[in-house]
Unconditional design. Structure first.
Length: 688
């Protein structure tokens, strides 16, 4: 800013004063202008302050963002370092080529060793990269040593995987001789039952009775039939000599809430083979039988069909006869169960001469697990063992591992061979429902279980019942009394409740010293009687000690023909006593009972030479009189004149009496008889 002022002289006259006044006027004007300019400057300064503040905030934000970028970059770098370093160890595989097939859904960080060369590989998200080399010699040596020790231990402790008790599933023919189990488990129950089973009766190898049947259970041990369903087979023998049903399987279609029982039919005389199916949405009412496949047993067979339904299609494993006594495991698919695609022969690693016969499989996580019945060179289907295999695609299978072999103990239900079996896995516990053949030609089923499929333990009913008991010490004897009702016996087998039930086990039980006179046990108390000849568990009835299996009193069969006389009562003798509880006697067909209780008599009789419209009465005779009729039936025999009778009835006993079974025939046949075949003619007595 510049101001031009008038120069003034020494003496001030009017002109000088006017000049001075002009100067002041100019000064005032300029000063006034300066005020306006300063205001503008102040406004500019304030605006600059605002901008500076904003810039400062921006700079602060930038600085913060820079700090965040540094932190984020550091974290990302750290995560990359961690991802590059982390290892999720998987089970070793044999060679590098097995990594992709063994772990098809690998994620970054998965690592596994190859046994063949000791290399360690890590999956980087795309490929398996070698990250380390280890001398595999010592590892393989230890593995071989442990394997040898395991085999040696199995030799020292044989039969661990074999069931000690059979599953007492009363089949429609009135006996426990059952095979071909397929069991499904429903955690939240299906129609009121957790376990559903399809199976076939097979008493003494009778193909006439090898027909599909079902059973249900809520604990895997005690089996019955669904409420409202009569205990009968789903398909009777068709009467063609030599033809028979066999090989049952059960699947559940979740999309339809439907159970499906599949089974195979064959006629060896014509080589005809069929797969049949019946379905049900409630387990009680079953649809009419459907034919799902027709083939030939000589070249186009589906022996032991095992199926699941997933991904909108049926997947089936079965065995085919390709000629020359050679049988192969095969895989096939079908969308509707009727039209089946090409049959693919399974590739089983190191099969080593085994012949496959029966198979079952389940889906566990990303793989399938199999229970394969097979026999070795020089054996046959009735002299075989059970093997475990795994597969990712139902085509390429791992090497078979034997998990159950025939028992080496005498007179056990599976001392000749292991037959068709069913595999379950519940809460990391394996359950193998398997059927066996004994050296007398009889069949039965049991359970083997364990968290390690290679170290199974056989089911024992006595041990299971024993696990339900709590210790009660007396004066001269230690007894066991039921402590609570266990709703699911199969859970006890898992070992999770051992602490709850005292951790009791055989070999560590306190037994009766023989001085029991001072002890008054309560009814239901149990003891281990170490003084008896059989050294067994006993249960007190309130008046006497009886064996732990006191409910089962007698099982006997016929071995001779009984001729029937029209309109007369004929006593039926059961000559072969297969089981008789201590404290009872049985001779000449008469059972002597002294205990006061209610008893159930179950009788099976196979008649021959009878006619349509004939009738019979089956009775239980007490002493020499007091015959009690337990069944009256009109006969509808098959074309050969054969008819099976199944009858049961309750008898209340309050004293000592001999009991026997009789039959009264009414009809026009000239030579009616009761056959001599044991499994079809039996007497079973149990205490109710």
């Amino acid at each position: 800013m510049s101001i031009s002022l008038n120069r003034e002289g020494v003496a001030l006259n009017a002109e000088e004063r006017n000049k001075r006044n002009e100067n002041w006027t100019k000064l005032e004007g300029e000063i006034g202008g300066l005020g306006s300019a300063s205001g503008e400057a102040l406004a500019d300064i304030n605006l600059l302050k605002d901008e500076t503040a904003k810039n400062t905030q921006g700079l602060t934000a930038v600085n913060g963002r820079v700090d965040n970028v540094v932190i984020e970059a550091g974290n990302a770098a750290y995560e990359q370092v961690v991802d590059a370093a982390k290892l999720n160890w998987k089970e070793p595989v044999n060679a590098f080529v097995d990594l992709a097939t063994s772990y098809p859904q690998s994620v970054e960080g998965d690592a596994a060793q190859t046994i063949s060369d000791g290399a360690v590989y890590r999956f980087d998200g795309t490929d398996w990269k070698k990250i380390q080399q280890i001398d595999a010699g010592p590892i393989n040596e230890v593995d071989a040593r442990l394997t040898a020790q395991l085999e040696e231990t199995q030799d020292l402790l044989p039969n661990l995987a074999n069931g000690k008790s059979i599953l007492q599933i009363m089949n429609p023919y009135g006996n426990y001789q059952n095979i071909h189990p397929k069991v499904l488990y429903f955690e939240n129950s299906l129609h009121g039952w957790k376990y559903w089973m399809a199976y076939t009766p097979y008493p003494n190898g009778s193909t006439i009775m090898e027909n599909p049947a079902i059973a249900v259970s809520n604990n895997g041990i005690d089996w019955t039939v669904p409420d409202g369903f009569e205990n009968k087979v789903l398909d009777e023998w068709n009467g063609i000599s030599g033809a028979y049903n066999n090989d049952t399987h059960l699947i559940y279609r979740a999309d339809l809430n439907r159970l499906e029982v599949w089974w195979r039919y064959t006629n060896p005389a014509t080589s005809e083979v069929k797969l049949y199916r019946r379905t049900s949405v409630n387990g009680v009412s079953w649809n009419t039988r459907e034919t799902m496949f027709t083939g030939s047993s000589s070249a186009n067979d589906h022996l032991s069909p095992a199926l699941i339904y997933e991904e909108g299609k049926y997947k089936m494993l079965s065995v085919n006869n390709i000629g020359g006594g050679v049988r192969t495991l095969n895989y096939s698919e079908s969308v509707d169960g009727l039209s089946w695609g090409s049959r693919i022969t399974a590739n089983i690693e190191n099969l080593n001469g085994l012949t496959p016969w029966h198979v079952d499989f389940i889906k566990v996580d990303n793989q399938y697990e199999l229970a394969l019945q097979a026999w070795d060179i020089g054996e046959d289907n009735n002299h075989s063992s059970l093997y475990y295999l795994t597969t990712l695609d139902l085509i390429n299978f791992s090497e078979p591992v034997k998990i159950i072999a025939p028992s080496t103990l005498p007179k056990t239900f599976d001392d000749q061979g292991i037959y068709r079996s069913s595999l379950l896995k519940i809460n990391d516990m394996y359950y193998v429902f398997y059927s066996g053949v004994d050296q007398r030609g009889k069949r039965a089923m049991s359970i083997s279980y364990g968290k390690n499929i290679r170290a199974l333990q056989g089911f024992s009913m006595d041990l299971t019942r024993f696990s339900e008991l709590s210790l009660t010490k007396g004066v001269n004897v230690s007894t066991f009394k039921q402590s609570e009702n266990v709703p699911n016996l199969i859970e006890l087998l898992q070992g999770e409740n051992r602490q709850r039930f005292g951790g009791l086990k055989l070999g560590n039980v306190i037994f009766d010293d023989g001085l029991v006179s001072g002890v008054t046990p309560q009814e239901g108390s149990v003891r281990y009687n170490g003084t008896s000849g059989r050294k067994e568990m006993e249960l007190h009835t309130g008046s006497a000690w009886l064996p732990m299996n006191y409910k089962k009193i007698l099982y006997a069969e016929k071995t001779a023909i009984t001729d029937l006389v029209k309109d007369e009562f004929t006593t039926v003798n059961f000559e072969s006593t297969l089981f008789l509880a201590d404290g009872f006697t049985f001779s000449n067909g008469a059972l002597n009972i002294s205990a006061a209780a209610l008893f159930k008599f179950t009788v099976g009789l196979q008649l021959t030479g009878v006619l349509e419209g004939d009738s019979v009465e089956v009775y239980i005779k007490r002493g020499t009189s007091n015959a009690r009729t337990i069944s009256r039936q009109k006969l509808t025999p098959d074309s050969s004149g054969s008819f099976f009778i199944g009858a049961d009835g309750l008898v209340n006993i309050s004293g000592t009496f001999p009991f026997s079974v009789g039959i009264k025939y009414t009809g026009a046949a000239t030579a009616p008889k009761v056959t001599q075949y044991g499994a079809q003619n039996f007497l079973f007595v149990e205490r109710v």
